[in-house]
Design a protein. Structure first.
Length: 125
């Protein structure tokens, strides 16, 4: 099954971006964009329309929370689903992320099944 949704993964770890991209590709998502931090993410988003944003929390330049808040302040991203994938697992952290505008949350390390479940849910598949 192939999907034409455009997904961006924003993470300062190229290894983590590759893992997410490979997992998504195996699930049938062939259009996956990448950025190394929130600043790069905003740049990529300015040039591409995306259906889902997957972001890390801890990144240089602009962290995931600032990135999410920046996006949510813009009309064109008010409804775009955002999935945070991070090592921050404390309940307070999850609540902070959700309050910032994240739609769902995955704690690293994660399984492909977990990622698939969250992505499908956010895209209504």
């Amino acid at each position: 099954m192939a999907y034409d949704h455009v997904i961006i993964t924003v993470d300062d770890s190229s290894t983590m971006r590759r893992i997410i991209k490979n997992t998504l590709t195996k699930l049938g998502f062939t259009n996956v964009l990448e950025a190394g931090n929130g600043v790069e993410g905003l740049d990529v988003l300015a040039k591409n329309e995306v259906d889902l944003i997957i972001t890390d929390w801890n990144m240089p330049e602009m962290d995931g929370l600032t990135f999410v808040k920046t996006l949510r302040a813009k009309d064109e991203y008010k409804e775009t689903p955002i999935l945070m994938v991070t090592t921050e697992a404390a309940k307070e952290d999850i609540l902070t992320a959700l309050r910032s505008g994240v739609n769902n949350y995955v704690v690293k390390p994660f399984t492909p099944d977990t990622l698939q479940e969250k992505v499908n849910k956010l895209l209504g598949l």
